[in-house]
Design a protein around this ligand. Structure first.
Ligand code: 5GP
Ligand code: MN
Length: 346
């Protein structure tokens, strides 16, 4: 055998064994009354909430009893979007203003950059250790311990890996949280990253005793009637620009705070709209521009493959994945769409 053959193969697994060991070691080193803070990104989606609450429930099972879970802007009481209001572990949520000033450990979920933690960003420095669980290729590697797997379909894939290494078996409550996260980020197992490993994980979660049909109905298929009417207005004003993005086409629409008020709806009901807009066969790129303030817009972008929309989003101050990304735009709807058009042409 040559010396070369005896040398250990370079370890390219992500997270690396050292990173897993650092994370597991940081948790195992804590006394059971340690202050543990779990935080996910602002405007949490199913992956952010599900991953955070799944790990929180797992830590509770390990005997930790000083647990807090939160997200930037979480009020008193913290309000999560209606489709997630039944998630197990919501009792662990605390208002952002009430979180430990200097927790023994911070666990951060589904945030690609520190800015996604809003006012809670300082806890990265005040915490005894900061463990970042994420799956964005654009992750900036903030925080001390990185459990970041850009190949993972959801942050909950990383969360399941951490729980397994901590010796926490899946129970139905943890499985529900992780399943919501996995189903959300894979578009109900439709997107490209729906690998055999994703279905194997889903199988483990279902085997833990959950009801996928019931979960899907609650998370994806239940909205107020006012939202149905609102969708009509927003889809009616969609614009198709076949020449945009170098000829692969752009389809876009927008929703204002006035639209929400007219139908008495909350911003979360706008999230599924991008899925209806992106079906337009004539466009590779789709966008929904959602008003969040006087001159502030949350933009969702999707691509069918010809365009890397994370490049566009990063250039405009946001982030995300190649086929799904977003950013916060300023000015009028016209200004925001013009900035997207310009980046798509770049
Ligand atoms: P969505 O359109 O579903 O809100 O987001 C799609 C993807 O883009 C998600 O992975 C999300 O993390 C990312 N994303 C959306 N908005 C922003 C943003 O304002 N900043 C950053 N960094 N990423 C965003
Ligand atoms: Mn995610």
């Amino acid at each position: 055998m040559t010396a070369l053959a005896e040398a250990p193969a370079p370890d390219t697994s992500v997270p690396s064994p050292d990173e897993w060991e650092a994370a597991v070691g940081a948790v195992r080193a804590l006394p059971q009354d340690a202050q543990v803070l779990l935080v996910c990104h602002v405007n949490p989606d199913g992956d952010a909430l599900g991953s955070m609450l799944g790990v929180a429930l797992g830590l509770r099972r390990l005997g930790f009893h000083n647990l807090q879970a939160t997200f930037p802007g979480a009020g008193s009481p913290p309000v999560v979007p209606e489709p997630f209001r039944w998630l197990p572990g919501l009792d662990l949520l605390v208002p952002a203003a009430a979180v430990f000033p200097a927790p023994d450990v911070l666990l951060c979920f589904d945030a690609a950059s520190a800015s996604r933690l809003g006012d809670l960003v300082d806890r990265l420095d005040t915490a005894g250790a900061a463990i970042v669980l994420d799956h964005h290729a654009s992750n900036t590697r903030f925080g001390g311990i990185h459990l970041v797997d850009p190949g993972a379909a959801a942050t909950s894939v990383v969360a399941e890996g951490l729980l397994a290494r901590l010796g926490v078996a899946l129970d139905p409550e943890i499985a529900e949280c992780l399943y919501v996260a996995l189903a959300t980020d894979t578009g109900s197992f439709r997107f490209d990253m729906t690998t055999p490993a994703v279905h194997e994980m889903a199988a483990r979660l279902i085997a833990a005793g959950i009801s996928p049909g019931e979960i899907s109905r609650r998370v994806f298929d239940t909205r107020p009637f006012g939202a149905v009417r609102l969708y009509g207005d927003v889809l009616q004003r969609a614009q198709l620009e076949p020449e945009a993005a170098g000829g692969v086409g752009l389809v876009w629409t927008y929703a204002t705070l006035d639209d929400l008020a007219r139908y008495g709806q909350q911003p979360y009901v706008l999230e599924p709209l991008i899925d209806s807009v992106r079906i337009a066969a004539e466009a590779d790129v789709s966008c929904v521009v959602k008003q969040v303030g006087e001159a502030e817009w949350a933009v969702s972008m999707r691509s069918k493959g010809a365009v890397d929309v994370s490049r566009v989003a990063v250039a405009l101050g946001g982030g995300g994945h190649r086929l799904a990304a977003g950013f916060t735009g300023r000015g009028s709807v016209g200004d925001v769409v013009a900035s997207i058009r310009a980046q798509l042409a770049a």
